[in-house]
Design a protein around this ligand. Structure first.
Ligand SMILES: Cc1ncc(COP(=O)(O)O)c(C=O)c1O
Length: 433
């Protein structure tokens, strides 16, 4: 361990809350980056395949974002949502252009948690029965505010204030460990249909909304079968239950088919979309997007001091423009397929790889001690993070059992990055035996 990092670890221990999670036995202090690579305080470079938790869409040091941000910071850094600003208006108009038909209104905040709180408030105020009930998925993760903690479907993330809203949980479409013991090719999407039973037995019969990540991120890159959201939406419709797509991780093209994964990868238009993370390529931003008739039931007054911040909304607009200009959604698809193919190839040799799954650049690798019993291997996941670090590559981990590697790099990953990643992965996975 470098001297500098040792000091930083001690400083953090002294002044940060113990609850703050950092990766690695010896935490990493990062000081700069360029493109897909980030640099630590000792000058070591790492290929970043986790992008600041699925956030640095354009990687590090993108000149268009940097210039727009510098310019905007000189002109106007902050005024609050009490005033209108051109960057906020411009971004809202652009998002209305690229969002599915009818979703033309946005509310800006600063994070995914806030975006989800606004979505559930809209659902509750627009509910004809004023239901306070909500549905969420097992294994779900929707943020760390008290309210969104209650929407978490993983015990390790339900560690406080979970009694606030009434939330009933629907089985997750986790095909690798199907809760119904079925196979995706013949299951009839029973897990989505089961929402009927949950509504009728565990709610007031008309839950205001169901919130679902299009692909569960923290839950372990659980990638639903193709018809999942169609069947889910049909199941919810008779109860007047709205569908909220949490695209905090899956939005803006990461899944490789279009701007919003539930729409372009699954063919379903949700009632409300929430997002954050990658929208402003690293600047704090949250957004809740919906149809005017739903947005307008939410009368307020509602305010967010930093919501729609001019610098963050400028960064977001430039991020969207660069994604378009450089065809980065297609790049997510192409590079994601190459990475998954490379790791599936390695799975023929290494039994620790239970499954490689994902869409675009949202990829999960589930690690097991035994392929037959699928015994979970969280120890392997921890070791893989450390080994990949030794190979100068950063990845993440998650999953209900902590045994899924999360690979969610910047959209600008190129062929060289994919080769570098796979080389490091090969060297690291070989150490698990
Ligand atoms: C799917 C999803 N929703 C919401 C959130 C919360 O976002 P934030 O940490 O910006 O509050 C996260 C964060 O990881 C997330 O993955």
């Amino acid at each position: 361990m470098k001297m500098m990092e040792k000091n930083d670890a001690e400083r953090a221990k002294k002044h940060f809350f113990a609850a703050q999670q950092t990766y690695y036995d010896e935490p990493l202090t990062l000081v700069g980056g360029d493109g897909t690579h980030v640099r630590d305080s000792a000058g070591t470079e790492y290929l970043d395949a986790f992008a600041g938790i699925c956030t640095n869409t354009l990687g590090y040091g993108d000149t268009e974002v940097a210039q727009a941000v510098a310019q905007q910071a000189k002109e106007l850094i902050h005024v609050s949502t009490l005033y209108l600003t051109e960057p906020m208006l411009d971004l809202a108009e652009k998002i209305a252009d690229i969002a599915p038909d009818g979703l033309t209104k946005s509310f800006f905040s600063n994070s995914g948690s806030e975006a989800n709180e606004v979505a559930t408030l809209i659902a509750r105020t627009s509910s004809p029965t004023k239901s306070v009930d909500l549905l969420a998925l097992d294994h779900a993760y929707h943020g760390r505010t008290a309210y969104t903690v209650a929407l978490a479907g993983q015990s390790q993330w339900r560690n406080f204030a979970t009694q606030m809203p009434h939330v009933a949980f629907v089985p997750n479409p986790y095909c690798y460990r199907c809760p119904f013991g079925q196979k995706p090719e013949s299951c009839g999407i029973e897990c989505a249909k089961y929402a009927k039973h949950v509504i009728e037995s565990q709610t007031d019969g008309h839950p205001a909304a169901m919130i679902a990540e299009t692909v569960s991120g923290v839950g372990g890159i659980v990638t639903p079968p193709d018809d999942y959201f169609k069947v889910l939406k049909e199941t919810l419709a008779p109860y007047g239950t709205l569908l909220i797509a949490d695209e905090v991780q899956a939005g803006w093209g990461r899944l490789g088919d279009g701007w919003f994964g539930m729409v372009s990868s699954y063919g379903v238009v949700p009632d409300i979309i929430t997002s954050a993370k990658g929208l402003a390529s690293g600047f704090p931003i949250g957004i809740t997007i919906t149809r005017p008739e739903l947005a307008d039931t939410f009368k307020g007054p509602h305010i967010n001091t930093f919501g729609g911040n001019p610098v963050a909304t400028r960064a977001a607009r430039v991020t969207i423009d660069v994604i378009e200009k450089r065809d980065l959604i297609a790049n997510c698809k192409q590079q994601g397929e190459k990475m998954m193919a490379g790791m599936r190839d390695l799975a023929t040799k290494y039994d620790a790889i239970g499954e490689v799954r994902g869409k675009g650049l949202m990829i999960g690798v589930e690690l097991v001690h035994d392929r037959k019993t699928k015994a979970v291997a969280p120890d392997y996941a921890t070791k893989m993070l450390e080994e990949m670090r030794k190979h100068n590559v950063l990845i993440g981990k998650g999953g209900r059992y902590g045994n899924v590697l999360r690979i969610q790099p910047p959209f600008i990953f190129d062929d060289g990055d994919v080769r570098e990643f796979l080389e490091a992965f090969k060297g690291s996975i070989a150490t698990l035996r």
